[in-house]
Write a protein that binds this ligand. Structure first.
Ligand code: ADP
Ligand code: MG
Length: 321
């Protein structure tokens, strides 16, 4: 099957001046099939949001390319490019408290993309806004209310309506539930799952909670310090992680043990994620890896296929394999 979105060697650095370069995303390649959900996990600071934003043109690409339905997207978006691609590719942001303009009504927020990027008449836009508020489980009569009048879960629904009203084919969901109470997280994930099915969406689903990613995703991608280090079928990666970093992430994710129905104690991740400024050769995980070998400090491991299950292969960047 040919991919809907392909990223090839995608790289995004931030130049802080004085020869300090942040390697936020380094040489990441990934194909996403139509209607596929790829979950993207990794500690805070591993480059997940930067990857999502760079894919959608919200950051210029330092190197590499994004191909959408066979078309190579611009290295740097001009205003007309946002207009052109906004209908195809949208982002749902992490924080429903800061990503909605507090001075705009809900009606204005949800309508904004259609106003800016289409020439629909205002009565058509109004109808679509009502339809979308209902679709995400909000009261269509509440268009003149402001974001602060809604709960966190309702605000995230507003953010979902704002993105999906554009009828995109590809959506980056950047930790769409991590700012919400545990009790509403499942509701928002279920809503996203239903909309994904009814609209035939393709998604990059960024999240902290690995068990949630396993539940919603077809494949799981793991990033560490700007690099893609493991990718494969979500269940395989979750239950049989190969990269020592993935093992640590899975171990630190409290998930009820089916035998005892009690949370197994999380294994602590050793140490802090290092700074991505001016990273050199060698495996980026070497200084925290319990299985580190001499070769790891000098040579950067390449992504290799270590398991092949039909059309969903597992790739891992680790000198152990
Ligand atoms: P994640 O979403 O996985 O937490 P981010 O993509 O937000 O990671 O950040 C990756 C790295 O890039 C971090 O070290 C972060 O500090 C840095 N970074 C992100 N945005 C910028 C920016 N605009 N300027 C400089 N550094 C940035
Ligand atoms: Mg982030």
């Amino acid at each position: 099957m040919s991919a809907l979105v392909e990223i090839r060697g995608l790289t995004r650095h931030f130049d802080l001046g004085r020869n300090q370069i942040v390697h936020a995303v380094d040489d990441v390649s990934l194909d996403i099939a139509p209607r596929e959900i790829v979950g993207l996990v990794g500690e805070s600071g591993s480059g997940k949001s930067t990857l999502g934003k760079t894919m959608l043109g919200l950051h210029d690409k330092t190197a590499g390319e994004v191909v959408y339905k066979g078309e190579t997207l611009p290295q740097r978006y001009a205003a007309a490019d946002f207009q052109r691609y906004a209908r195809a590719m949208q982002m749902i942001f992490q924080d429903p408290y800061s990503s909605l303009n507090p001075r705009m009504t809900v009606g204005e927020i949800v309508a904004e993309g259609l106003r800016l990027h289409t020439d629909l008449a205002s009565h058509d836009i109004r109808d679509r806004v009502s339809e979308w508020l209902e679709r995400v489980g909000l009261n269509a009569g509440h268009t003149s209310r402001y974001p602060h009048e809604f709960s966190g879960g309702q605000r995230q629904r507003i953010g979902i309506a704002r993105a999906l009203i554009m009828e995109p084919e590809f959506v980056v969901c950047d930790e769409p539930i991590s700012a919400l109470d545990v009790s509403v997280q499942a509701q928002v994930v279920n809503l996203l799952g239903e909309l994904k099915e009814s609209l035939g969406l393709t998604m990059l689903f960024i999240a902290h909670d690995l068990s949630m990613v396993r539940y919603i995703s077809d494949r799981m991608a793991v990033m560490y310090l700007g690099s893609l280090i493991e990718l494969g079928p979500a269940n395989r990666v979750f239950f049989h992680p190969k990269h020592p970093y993935t093992e640590m992430l899975v171990g630190s994710n409290p998930e009820p043990d089916p035998a005892t129905e009690r949370n197994r104690p999380p294994t602590a991740i050793r140490g802090e994620i290092p700074s991505p400024v001016n990273v050199g050769a060698g495996c980026r995980f070497a200084n925290r890896c319990p299985k580190v070998m001499d070769v790891c400090r000098g040579e950067t491991p390449e992504l290799r296929v270590v398991e092949d299950e039909g059309n969903a292969e597992r790739i891992v960047a680790c000198h152990l394999y």
